[in-house]
Design a protein around this ligand. Structure first.
Ligand code: HEC
Length: 165
């Protein structure tokens, strides 16, 4: 084998090695990405559940005039049980909550507070939030009354128009 021929052979071997590596990587990529879901199952939720969430509240809660005393007690609950994961104006572990009542109904908000596990498992909106946060909201074991007080407090934090039902 002349020097010239050997050089050509080395080039050929190198090319084979590169191709083998590329094929190996490609194989890993294909194994890593899940196949596209074949038609997501139709939602099993009722129209009420889609708008107001899944949980202990099964009737639409209507907010009356602001109750500042209730909002104050809600602020205490929020400070003790929620600030580890939520801020008002920016995303933290969970979504920013300052405008939550502008985007969600009070009933949805209470069901999310009182029943977060089932919400992230079954409700499309909550599932999407979980996908974004990549952390599960922990059920803080609030009473319905405490959750209602927190909603009153959240009302005072919004700058947009709050949904009253
Ligand atoms: C361990 C962290 C954690 C704690 C504590 C926590 N949350 Fe959450 N919260 C989350 C995450 C994360 C989400 C998004 C859904 C998910 O990933 O489970 C969320 C979602 C929410 C939502 C839905 C927001 C929307 O845009 O619809 C509300 C309302 C909410 N939390 C209220 C509260 C309240 C009130 C408390 C206190 C009683 C609380 N959370 C305590 C992490 C937490």
């Amino acid at each position: 084998m002349t020097t010239h021929e050997w050089g050509g052979m080395r080039g050929f071997l190198a090319a084979v090695a590169v191709m083998a590596m590329a094929a190996g990587c490609g194989g890993q990529d294909r194994a890593g990405s899940a196949p596209p879901a074949a038609g997501a199952p139709a939602s099993d939720l009722t129209p009420f559940q889609l708008e107001h969430g899944i949980g202990p509240l099964t009737e639409v809660l209507t907010l009356g005039p602001l109750d500042q005393g209730l909002a104050d007690s809600g602020q205490k609950v929020f400070g003790a049980k929620c600030t580890a994961c939520h801020k008002m104006a920016e995303k933290y572990v969970g979504p920013a909550l300052g405008e939550v009542l502008v985007r969600r109904s009070p009933t949805f908000t209470m069901n999310m507070i009182l029943n977060p596990n089932e919400m992230v498992e079954r409700h499309p909106v909550a599932k999407e939030m979980l996908a974004e946060a990549m952390t599960m909201m922990a059920n803080q074991g609030l009473t319905t009354g405490d959750a209602r007080a927190v909603v009153e407090y959240l009302r005072t934090q919004a700058t947009g128009t709050v949904k009253t039902q």
